[in-house]
Structures are given as structure tokens and as C-alpha cells.
Design a protein around this ligand. Structure first.
Ligand code: NAD
Length: 345
């Protein structure tokens, strides 16, 4: 197991305290939300933090937590970790997890889930002081207004730093530890930015500082607005080409070396068999759920309205995702192709 920890993650005292930096203290990390993304991110985190550190986990789904603990202990055993090291413990609540952890990472479905979790952490008053100032990193895709509201609640009550750091790269990237993060954090202290980057790079390969709190989720929503529309355009163009008699693989290859190239065509192609690793080739299972895509589009449209910015295609795309979600809930968002195909007959 790797134990090379970046210097930004080594013991750093809270301001005003006089701990010696030569003292090595074992840290406790917290991870809330072990879904398609979070489960894999937390696994990479456990593999990369020092064996003597502890990982606390929390999810409303008890089965996910039990599966995680079991898998982690099997991995630790097979890699020869010493007894009592590479620990993963289940927290009984988000509050308990936050009380004990100096870094708390969340990966939750949407704004209400994130607000509920932070409300449950903060409503019982001040968290006990730790050696290191708490760092809360929310990797969920939520709207800038909700994210700034939570950041404000953490900062005004002096419970630590809150950073919005949504993620790109999907379940495949989460598993491989190759995610890209875009984060929003006050750059007043370079030390904070270094610490955030060091944590994120334990789960991914890129971490962009986009600006002040809320800038990470704003960047993510702009990206996913494009994704929502390019996914529909790809499904429509593939359906059209196939109905004209073109070979699907030949069409995809042509587009991927022409100006229509995009992620839904190249990596997540919606036609079964065109890209073997894409969800379409396994019954649209796994991947990025159509409900999550619809949620991100809704958040982008609402945020655009709040800033009086016109989006001509947003509502049209929303109509498509509403209909597809109703028929194919739980499937990857590329299932738009199947929905179109059914309507074409
Ligand atoms: P998911 O629905 O698979 O996982 C969410 C997890 O949160 C579930 O395990 C659920 O039980 C848990 N949860 C819900 N409420 C909770 C609470 N109150 N306390 C503790 N746990 C709770 O979602 P996901 O696909 O892992 O996505 C997580 C976030 O990442 C979303 O905001 C999504 O938009 C974003 N995202 C997903 C992908 C993707 O490809 N799946 C890609 C980029 C970003």
C-alpha cells in the first residue's frame, strides 16, 4: 500500500496553537455517500492515505457500508497490512463522522441531500477542536447558491473550511483514480489551496482552482449543460445515420475524426456494440444515471435564470430527459438513443 503522503497533508497545527510539527499524528478521514462515485473514490482514498490513518464512512444505505468494510479488510489483508492498520470504521451519523475527522468528503446525489447532511452536522453546535483545522470537501454536483449557503454556514460558525469540488470523469475515472476536480475556495491562503489539491489528487489526476466558493459547481454545471445537449445530438445523429443505412461503427469513426467529435460519440457512444466499454453495450447499466443528468440540467437552467442568462436549448433538452427518465429510470443517460429508436418505429 502506498504511504507517500504529500507535504500539504502532513500535520499542520490550527492557527494560534503551539503543537510541534515534528510530532506525527495519525489522522482520521471521513467519507459520506458511498454511491457509484463515492464508493470508488473512498476506496482510492483508503489505499493512498497512510496505513496508520483511519477512514470513517457513512451512507444511509447500510449494505454499502458493510460491503465497503468487508472489501477494505480483504484488500488490507491481501496487501500484508499490519493488524489494526488501514482501518475503515462505520460512523453512526454524519455528526459523529465530522466530530472525529479532520478531512470530510461528501459525494451525494443533489442539493437537498447535501444541505440535510450539513444541517445534521451543524445543528448540534460547535464541533470539538482537532489538531488540524477541518476541511469539508463536497464533490457532489449541486447549484452555486446552495453550495455558497453551506460554505457560509461553515465559515461564519468557524467550523473549518468548506470547498465545492465537483468531479468529472464518471464511474470509470472514479474507479481508476483519474478524476478531474474543479474547485471553488477562497485563495486568501495558498496553504488552503495546497491542502485541497493534495487531498483531491488522492482520488484523481487533476484539480483546477476555478475561483471563490461556488466557482467549482458553476464550472461543473456549464460543462454538464454541454454534455446534456451533445448526448441528445449524438443519439439523434446515430439514429438518423443508421436509418439512412450507415454502419454505426463507421459513422462513429467518421464523426470522431471530424468536427462532430464529442464525449458521447467517442467514449459513451449510445449505440450498443459501437464502444464495448460504454454502458450501451451492457444494457445501459452503470454509468451516469439519466436522473442525475436531468438534475444537473435543471440546476443549470435555474442558475441561468437567477443570473438572467438566456439558454435557448435548455427547456427542449429538459423535455427529452423528463420523458426518458420516466421510461428508463436507473439507466445510463445514453439510453436517450433507445428512447428515440422506440419513437422512430
Ligand atoms: P449515487 O446516487 O450512486 O450515490 C449517492 C449516495 O449517497 C448513495 O449511496 C446514497 O445512499 C447516499 N446518500 C443519499 N443521502 C444520504 C445521506 N443523507 N447521508 C448519507 N448518504 C446518503 O450517485 P453518484 O452517481 O455516486 O453521484 C454522486 C454525485 O456525483 C452526484 O451529485 C452526481 O451528480 C455527481 N457525479 C456523478 C457522476 C457519475 O458518473 N455517476 C459523474 C460526475 C459527477
Amino acid at each position: 500500500m502506498s504511504n507517500t503522503i504529500p507535504s500539504a497533508l502532513r500535520f499542520a497545527p490550527r492557527s494560534g496553537r503551539t503543537f510541534s510539527t515534528s510530532v506525527q499524528r495519525d489522522a482520521t478521514w471521513g467519507f459520506i455517500g458511498l454511491g457509484q462515485m463515492g464508493y470508488n473514490m473512498a476506496k482510492n482514498l483508503r489505499a493512498k492515505i497512510p496505513e496508520t490513518d483511519t477512514l470513517l464512512i457513512r451512507d444511509v444505505n447500510e449494505d454499502s457500508m458493510a460491503r465497503f468494510v468487508k472489501e477494505a479488510s480483504e484488500t488490507a489483508r491481501s496487501s500484508g497490512a499490519g493488524v489494526g492498520t488501514s482501518e475503515v470504521l462505520v460512523a453512526q451519523s454524519a455528526r459523529e463522522l465530522a466530530e472525529k475527522s479532520s478531512v470530510i468528503i461528501t459525494s451525494l446525489p443533489g442539493p437537498q441531500h447535501v444541505k440535510d447532511v450539513f444541517h445534521s452536522i451543524l445543528r448540534q453546535g460547535d464541533l470539538p477542536a482537532l489538531d488540524q483545522e477541518r476541511l469539508f470537501i463536497d464533490t457532489s454536483t449541486i447549484d452555486p447558491a446552495s453550495s455558497k449557503e453551506i460554505a457560509n454556514a461553515i465559515h461564519t460558525t468557524c467550523q473549518g473550511h468548506f470547498v465545492d469540488a465537483p468531479v468529472s470523469g464518471g464511474v470509470v475515472g472514479a474507479r481508476a483514480g483519474t478524476l478531474s476536480f474543479m474547485f471553488g475556495a477562497s485563495s486568501q491562503t495558498g496553504q488552503l489551496l495546497d491542502r485541497v489539491r493534495a487531498v483531491l489528487l488522492l482520488m484523481g489526476k487533476k484539480a483546477w482552482h476555478m475561483g471563490a466558493p461556488g466557482a467549482g459547481v458553476a464550472g461543473k454545471l456549464a460543462n454538464n449543460y454541454i454534455l446534456a445537449i451533445s448526448n441528445i445530438a449524438t443519439a439523434e445523429a446515430m439514429n438518423l445515420g443508421i436509418r439512412w443505412g450507415l454502419d454505426p461503427k463507421a459513422l462513429a469513426e467518421l464523426v470522431n475524426s471530424s468536427t462532430g467529435r464529442c464525449w458521447p460519440m467517442e467514449i459513451n457512444n449510445p449505440v450498443p456494440g459501437v464502444v464495448e466499454t460504454a454502458p450501451a453495450s451492457r444494457g445501459y447499466e452503470g454509468g451516469f444515471g439519466v436522473s442525475l443528468m436531468n438534475k444537473d440540467l435543471r440546476l443549470a437552467i435555474t442558475a441561468a435564470e437567477e443570473s438572467q442568462t438566456p439558454l435557448e436549448l435548455g427547456e427542449i433538452a429538459r423535455g427529452v430527459y423528463n420523458a426518458v427518465e420516466e421510461e428508463h429510470k436507473g439507466k445510463d443517460f445514453s439510453v436517450v438513443y433507445k428512447w428515440l429508436q422506440d419513437r422512430s418505429q
